[in-house]
Structures are given as structure tokens and as C-alpha cells.
Design a protein around this ligand. Structure first.
Ligand code: ADP
Ligand code: MG
Length: 725
């Protein structure tokens, strides 16, 4: 026999440790788990992977009800002995043939009836006198004069595979219930977990820093890792099952804290490395710089904007490179903040880059900056798809030769080869659209430039911590003066004519409107054809006296730009469009936003779309046009949205309803996935873990123990913390 079984033992080696465990079974189990946890090879699956396959519920079988205790409508597990099993062919009224399998179950207090449809093979599963546990909703049957249950979950008691495991694993206690894993059902998994935990014995805890285990923070003293796993699978007699099922027990805390600790430690370490990777782009603020920035500002800053720019300038003139996330609701005025940061960098002799998620937004930023910087000696360029290859090449050469100060573009800036002579600042607008890795890539090209990430999707704090754990956060919590709330309404098709009337009225008064269609995929030809047809119909039949134009992602870059410029200039009154205008677009004269099929959008997305209006002095409106037959749940979501203007409250609801992966686009954002922890539910544990991770990085960044944790983190969260920079 090999050395002792440990958490890192490959699962396929289990037969060396457990009697009567065959290589074939171990192999199948490893293959199932590899698929479930996303490991490339079954050989890489460990005992730990198996034990993190946690039960999804628990059943208190310490006092199973007897048959006598059943009441009509009760959901319960009952242990019975099988009698008179029988398959019965049945012909329904409309001639369909069905097979009914049924048996009578007995205990000392009475009898019940259990039946299943069209599963004749159950005849083999339930021979007479076999003891079984049935779980389901019990109904009293007048015809049979006993309680009965249809299609119950079942578990066979004491079969021959139990030679090495006592029946007391399955009855007379709180038992774990697992989701089926391939051919491995709850009962087989329960036996296996029990035997593996037994063979593991007690291992010293090596996963958590003492501070966390002692429970400095939210969680109180915690069990060791193996003890936590044991308790999570087989709760003790007094365990609070509701707490266990909610995954908020001390056992779950121990397991979740380890994940949170490792992640936040790795994120913090990544930041430290970035800071040490090169010299900081040194910058200073002089009166001359201050005066120039002041001169460029077209309006007075709000208090919140002033505070935020101070925080940013402090970072830029400090000794460590800036890593800052700027959050501000739609329309709070983030672009002008970016302008000031860019100016500070350029005034100090550095180049600055501004990246936007879409070409349309990059073009808009280029125009705003050009306007604001008119008459100043700055050299600006936009690197977008509209340019010819030769033009792009010329811009790249100018950047490398330090003949440009500010470059504005999309991902193309980093996807293609761009070299900066002296990059000192990177501003990334609407970061959640960029991969974390891409952000790293751009940064790696410079000296250790300052990085400012701006987002209008208000990211709840817990999520920000997990995804951007290595960023400082600034918040603009105030809108520019004079903004009126956008009146939002949910309308069905019966009101369509009146909505169109209203658009006509607004356009006649000199204002403009968006009508947004949800294209499933910007690339789908069919959808584009539908949007094109809709735009033509609206122009011809509904708004003949106004200019209607179509804007979608499949248009060529120069076509998009041309349409957008005509809309900005007011030559187009009604823009029929898609989510290409979702973020950042700023046309203050637009006062109506109509969204078709709003039920297909997430709430945060709807909020972004609504944020396209209400940017000027005029009262603005957002109309959600719901299709016939919309579900009550969808309607409830939309009604909540219509009544809520606070982007933060909306984002939190979105997170709750759709989950963090959906909200940010998991893969794209580098969103880590956890085995036990949940950043929304367990935000308190996340905060506690992060605090201790920070302290450890400060006090002993190069301790062998710290390095070993970082190693584990990279294995656990390759996507989120894989980059070195
Ligand atoms: P965000 O990017 O935060 O959604 P923008 O930067 O596009 O918002 O700004 C929204 C609008 O508000 C723009 O038209 C901008 O010029 C204007 N704006 C920004 N700050 C102020 C301010 N302090 N006073 C008046 N208008 C402002
Ligand atoms: Mg913006």
C-alpha cells in the first residue's frame, strides 16, 4: 500500500486505499468529476475534487416519520419494506398504452402505495421484502385507503455493496443528498464520501492563515479543512440543517474562506508585481498644469467630480503606479475626468491612451477631446476600423516615434501590435467589456503606466472586490446639475400607436429618439434583415415626415460613423438601433428611448440604454415595449426597473437575479468561479479574507508559506490571476 491517503491523492489511485474499490469504478468516477469541475484529464482529479462535490441538500433521518404519522400533502422520507410489486399495463381513454409499476410498502404502523409510470425495469429494483426509503409528496388515496406517492425518489437499504459501510450511514442520522453524477447516484456517492473521509483520518490544517482560522473577522473559530469537509458531508447530531443547506455553516465558512483568501491574495500580489515591474511614470502638478486643465473645462465640476479628480491626481503624482477603478452612474460625467487625467500625463511629457469598448464610442471620445483641447498643443489621433491600413500604420509609427500625445481606440489598440515611445497613462472606459487579460497586455507594454478604469455599470462592492480586487475605487455619486429623472413606462402592443404619436410630438418639438431592437447576435444576418425592414417600415408608414436611420454593428465602420455624426448634428431625428449604442453615447438632445423586447435585456443593460437620454435640459422618457404574452416574472422585473432610477440598486437586483457571471460575462471578465463561496451571499467572508490577504502581503510577501499560497491560487483561479503583470 502506498503512503497515506491525502487530499492531493489522484482519485484513480483510490483502489490502493479502499477495499473493494475497483479500478474501473475509480476511473469512471474520475472521468465524471473531470467533466463536472472542468479538468482536462481524469488523471488530474484528486480526492479533494471528490470531496468538494458537496451535497445540495440534507435529510434528517434521525427520526424518520412512520407511516402512521403521514398526512395528506406532506413531503417526507419513509422507510418501508416492499410487498406485492407489480407491473400493470394500462390503456388510457385516448388509447395510449402505459405501464404502471407499483408496490405496497409496510412498516409496523401501516401501509402505503408507491407508483411510477413507464419504468417497468423498476420491477428488478424493488424485489419483495427489500427495505427502501421513499421520498416524495404523500397524498391520501380514498380508493386505496392509504397514503400514496407518485414517482418518489428512492434509496435501497442494505444491499451487498454495503459490505464495507454500515447502514447507519444512510439512516438514523442527518444524511447528505447529492445530485447524481453520471451513473453515481446519491446513495453510492454517500457511501463513497463516507469511506474516503474515514480513510483520510484527521489531517492538520495547512490551507488558511491562523488569523482567519481563529476567526478574527465575521466567522468565529473554524474547523480544520478535513473536519469542515466531514461536517459538510455528514453534519453532526445538533447541526442546523437550514444553515447547512444555505451554505452558511462554520464548515462552509472554512471552505469558502480558503477560496476567497487565495483569490484576494493572488490579486493583491499581481498588483504588487505590476508596481514593481518598472519605474513609475513620474508626474507632478504645477500651477501651469493646473491653469491649463482649468482652461480646458467647459463647465464647473460637481463636488463629486472634484473629489474624484483629486484622488486620481494624488495617485498620478505618487510613488506607486495608479490602479484605480472609477465608478459613476450613467451620465455622471466620467469623460471629463478622463480628459483631466490625460492632460496631466501629457503635460508631464508622457503619452496617454484612452480605450473604449466600441468604435462608435471611440469616435465620440475623439471628437469630444478634440473639441475640449482645441487651441492646445496636443497631438491626438484615433485608431479605429474606419482608417485605411496605411493610415493606421502611419499612426502607429507616430506613436512609436513619440509624435503623438494621446491615442484613442478600441481593443484594436492592444490586439494589433502597438508600440508606445513613452506610455504613462491608460484610461479604459467601460472596463467590464474588456478581458482582464487584455488590460494586462496593454499595461505590459509601458513602463508601469498609471491605469484608470471607468465604468458606468455600478458594480456592487462584493463583485468589484472579487473581479478587480487589486484596484482602488473612486465613486462619482452625484449627477451634473439640472438633470431631470427619466420617466419610465412599461407599455404593451395595444399602446404602440400612442407611443408613436408621442415620438412624433417630441421630434416636432425639436428633439430626437432612439428605438432599440435586441439583436440576438450582431452578426446574425436574419436579425439584421429584420431590423432593416423595421427601420424602412417606420420611415415609410409611421414617421414619413422625419428622418429615420438604422445603426447596427454589421455596418462598416465609416458607415456607422457617418450615421452617428448625422444623429449628433440633428439631421436624423429617429435612430433605429441595437445595443451598439448601449454604452457611452452622449447626444444630449435625444429625449426618448424606446426599447423593443425589453424582457430580453438584463436590468443593468436596460439601465445603460436608458442612460442615453436624460442628458440635456429637456424632460426625457424611456418606454419599454413589451410583447403580447409576456410572463408575469418578466413583467415584475420590468416594473421594478421602471420604478427604480438608482443604478446601484438595479445592479444589485441584476446580480441577484442573473448571477455575477451573466452580469459581467464570466469568461470575458476573468470572473473567478468558486467551489463553495458565493460573492453575493458571502460578501462578509470575502471582506474578511481580503483584509487578511492584504496584511500578509504587506508583512511577509516573500515568506515560503505566502509563496505556496500564491501557487495554489494560480492553480485554483488560472483565468482570474493567471497573468504575472
Ligand atoms: P458618463 O460617461 O459618466 O456616462 P459623460 O461623461 O458622457 O457621462 O457625461 C454626460 C454628459 O454630462 C455630457 O454631455 C457631459 O458633457 C455632461 N457633463 C459632465 N460633467 C458635467 C458638469 N459638471 N456640469 C454639466 N455637465 C456635465
Ligand atoms: Mg461614458
Amino acid at each position: 500500500m502506498a503512503t497515506r491517503l491525502s487530499l492531493t491523492t489522484p482519485l484513480i489511485e483510490l483502489p490502493a486505499y479502499l477495499r473493494r474499490m475497483g479500478a474501473a469504478t475509480a476511473g469512471r468516477l474520475a472521468a465524471e468529476l473531470a467533466a463536472a469541475v472542468g479538468k482536462a484529464s481524469p488523471a488530474a482529479v484528486t480526492v479533494e475534487d471528490l470531496l468538494f462535490y458537496l451535497p445540495f441538500r440534507y435529510e434528517d433521518r434521525s427520526h424518520l416519520p412512520r407511516i402512521r404519522d403521514l398526512t395528506d400533502g406532506m413531503a417526507a422520507s419513509v422507510a418501508v419494506e416492499v410487498h406485492a410489486p407489480a407491473s400493470v399495463p394500462i390503456r388510457t381513454k385516448n388509447g395510449k398504452r402505459l405501464t404502471l409499476f407499483e408496490f405496497t410498502g409496510r412498516d409496523e404502523t401501516g401501509r402505503i402505495r408507491a407508483y411510477w409510470w413507464n419504468q417497468p425495469y423498476l420491477r428488478q429494483t424493488f424485489p419483495a421484502e427489500r427495505r427502501v426509503i421513499l421520498y416524495g409528496e404523500w397524498r391520501f388515496s380514498n380508493r386505496h385507503q392509504c397514503h400514496q406517492v407518485e414517482n418518489p425518489e428512492y434509496e435501497l437499504l442494505s444491499d451487498e455493496t454495503d459490505a464495507d459501510a454500515p447502514e447507519t450511514i444512510h439512516v438514523g442520522r442527518c444524511v447528505p443528498v447529492y445530485r447524481r453524477l453520471g451513473q453515481f447516484r446519491a446513495r453510492a456517492l454517500r457511501t463513497l464520501m463516507f469511506r474516503v473521509l474515514e480513510a483520510l483520518g484527521d489531517l492538520p490544517d495547512d490551507g488558511l492563515p491562523d488569523e482567519l482560522r481563529a476567526g478574527d473577522g465575521a466567522c468565529g473559530p473554524l474547523p480544520t479543512k478535513v473536519a469542515a469537509l466531514r461536517a459538510a458531508h455528514f453534519p453532526g447530531a445538533g447541526a442546523n440543517l437550514a444553515e447547512m443547506e444555505a451554505r452558511r455553516s462554520p464548515a462552509h465558512a472554512r471552505l469558502a474562506l480558503e477560496e476567497f483568501f487565495l483569490l484576494t491574495l493572488a490579486l493583491g500580489d499581481r498588483r504588487r508585481r505590476r508596481e514593481e515591474a518598472g519605474a513609475k511614470a513620474t508626474m507632478a502638478i504645477t500651477d501651469a498644469v493646473r491653469a491649463r486643465v482649468q482652461r480646458a473645462l467647459p463647465f464647473p465640476m460637481t463636488q463629486a467630480q472634484k473629489r474624484v479628480i483629486r484622488e486620481i491626481v494624488n495617485d498620478m503624482t505618487g510613488v506607486r503606479p495608479m490602479s484605480r477603478l472609477l465608478q459613476g452612474d450613467v451620465g455622471s460625467g466620467k469623460t471629463i475626468i478622463a480628459l483631466q487625467a490625460l492632460m496631466v500625463a501629457v503635460e508631464n511629457g508622457w503619452q496617454a491612451a484612452l480605450m473604449a469598448p466600441t468604435e462608435i464610442l471611440a469616435e465620440q471620445h475623439y471628437r469630444s477631446l478634440t473639441r475640449w483641447l482645441e487651441g492646445m498643443p496636443y497631438r491626438l489621433a484615433a485608431l479605429t476600423g474606419r482608417l485605411k491600413a496605411s493610415e493606421k500604420k502611419a499612426i502607429r509609427q507616430a506613436l512609436a516615434a513619440r509624435e503623438l500625445d494621446v491615442i484613442i481606440g478600441t481593443q484594436a489598440l492592444i490586439q494589433e501590435d502597438t508600440t508606445f515611445a513613452r506610455l504613462g497613462l491608460v484610461v479604459i472606459d467601460e472596463q467590464h467589456r474588456f478581458g482582464v487579460m487584455q488590460r494586462e497586455k496593454l499595461v505590459a507594454r509601458g513602463v508601469a503606466p498609471d491605469v484608470l478604469v471607468m465604468t458606468a455599470t455600478p458594480i456592487p462592492r462584493s463583485l468589484a472586490m472579487a473581479v478587480y480586487g487589486d484596484l482602488d475605487v473612486s465613486v462619482i455619486d452625484e449627477l451634473p446639475p439640472g438633470r431631470k429623472p427619466v420617466a419610465t413606462a412599461v407599455r404593451g402592443n395595444d399602446r404602440r400607436a400612442r407611443v408613436y404619436d408621442f415620438i412624433r410630438q417630441e421630434c416636432a418639438a425639436g428633439r430626437q429618439a432612439y428605438i432599440v431592437y435586441p439583436l440576438v447576435e450582431e452578426s446574425e444576418k436574419l436579425d439584421v434583415a429584420a431590423a432593416t425592414a423595421a427601420a424602412e417600415y417606420l420611415q415609410r408608414e409611421v414617421f414619413p415626415t422625419f428622418a429615420v436611420s438604422l445603426l447596427h454593428g454589421r455596418l462598416r465602420a465609416d458607415e456607422k460613423d457617418a450615421v452617428m455624426q448625422r444623429f449628433v448634428a440633428g439631421d436624423i431625428q429617429i435612430l433605429v438601433t441595437t445595443t451598439v449604442i448601449e454604452v457611452g453615447i452622449d447626444v444630449p438632445n435625444a429625449s426618448v428611448m424606446v426599447i423593443e423586447h425589453p424582457e430580453r435585456f438584463g436590468l443593468a443593460q436596460l439601465h445603460q440604454l436608458r442612460g442615453r437620454v436624460g442628458r440635456g435640459a429637456a424632460k426625457s422618457y424611456c418606454v419599454l415595449m413589451t410583447p403580447d404574452g409576456i410572463s408575469p416574472e418578466a413583467l415584475e422585473r420590468l416594473t421594478f426597473f421602471a420604478e427604480t432610477l438608482d443604478g446601484f440598486a438595479i445592479a444589485e437586483k441584476d446580480l441577484l437575479w442573473r448571477g455575477p457571471g451573466e452580469m459581467l460575462g464570466a469568461r470575458q471578465s476573468g470572473m473567478p468561479t468558486f467551489r463553495v463561496g458565493d460573492i453575493v451571499r458571502d460578501a462578509d467572508w470575502l471582506a474578511a479574507a481580503r483584509q487578511i490577504a492584504r496584511r500578509i502581503l504587506r508583512e511577509k510577501p516573500n515568506d515560503p508559506q505566502t509563496l505556496s499560497w500564491l501557487d495554489q491560487a494560480r492553480r485554483l483561479f488560472p483565468l482570474a490571476v493567471g497573468g504575472v503583470h
